[in-house]
Design a protein around this ligand. Structure first.
Ligand code: ATR
Length: 276
């Protein structure tokens, strides 16, 4: 069997081994997928040992996505844009770094939740690592506009500068700044990429941004709807959590390693049941 793993710290809670075991069963690919705890100061060494033991690929999670980006000697365009790597593939001397998070988000919204992003108005809340990772895949879907809003306005402005050329190519209007930039009519899609849901804090956002036709998407997930989802629903919007993104980024990583696309829907349904 070919060996893969998810590496992070902590890692015991990760659902990736479950997801990839299902993908392997489903596709018949001879994949063995484990979890790997790396000491905080020994990421590169842990990776080297894994490769020496015959490992062919890794998923990378908190707090090592930036280190994985630095470790790779070859990067996909989307990993370079994200500045972070969640998928490593090893062949010989080559350490290929990719990032499947953004595509995972886009595929969950378009394929699972049924909202094509072409020509939509999108509001992205947050400008940290999670937000940066999804900007390019969103722009590639050619939305009419993407507004990035962050508590620290300068970080949103920096993302606009970084992605100006990609936005121009997509003919999408890209703007960014503080909460004052949020429009006063409903968006088609609002993505919460702030770390706020973890401590139940809501990012500042004009209530008029949420309407009946709005999909409010929280990258976080849990057994209960997040505070952001509850807030969005109270304003009449449809709300979704990030569990589908988790499964879709895994499916894309599986494809990067095996060139085979697993079916995500049954695995997502199973995870949803387990979470409840
Ligand atoms: P991640 O990799 O999860 O994106 P990060 O890079 O630390 O983590 O970014 C966290 C994001 O959540 C940032 O956009 C941060 O806003 P600042 O850039 O102003 O710090 C945002 N965030 C965290 N706590 C928040 C809160 N209580 N209210 C609003 N935004 C918050």
């Amino acid at each position: 069997r070919d060996l893969y793993a998810v590496v992070g710290n902590p890692i015991a809670h990760s659902k990736s081994p479950f997801i990839h075991a299902r993908f392997a069963e489903q596709t018949g690919e001879p994949v063995e997928y484990r979890h790997l705890l790396a000491p905080r100061d020994r990421f590169a060494e842990t990776v080297r040992l894994f490769v020496a033991a015959g490992g062919l690929g890794l998923n990378v999670t908190v707090p090592f996505k930036l280190e994985a980006h630095a470790l790779a000697n070859s990067l996909s365009a989307r990993a370079a844009a994200a500045g972070a790597v969640n998928t490593l593939r090893f062949d010989g001397e080559r350490i290929y770094g990719d990032n499947t998070d953004g595509v995972g988000l886009v595929r969950d919204i378009e394929a699972n939740l049924g909202m094509p992003l072409a020509d939509t108005r999108i509001l992205l809340l947050g400008a940290g690592g999670a937000a940066r990772g999804v900007v390019l895949p969103i722009l590639e879907r050619k939305p009419r506009s993407l507004t990035i809003v962050n508590r620290t306005a300068e970080k949103a402005e920096a993302l606009v500068a970084q992605f100006a050329a990609a936005a121009h190519e997509a003919r999408a209007a890209l703007t960014g700044g503080g909460a004052g930039l949020v429009g006063s009519s409903p968006y088609d899609l609002i993505v919460n990429a702030t770390a706020g849901s973890l401590d139940a804090a809501l990012p500042e956002c004009d209530a008029r941004a949420f309407g009946r036709g709005t999909l409010a998407y929280d990258m976080m997930y849990g057994a209960q709807p997040t505070v952001f989802m509850q807030h969005a629903k109270s304003l009449g919007a449809r709300a979704a959590d990030g569990l589908g993104m988790l499964v879709e980024q895994a499916a894309e990583s599986f494809f990067v390693w095996r060139a085979v696309r697993p079916a995500s829907a049954p695995v997502l349904a199973e995870l949803r049941t387990m979470l409840a």
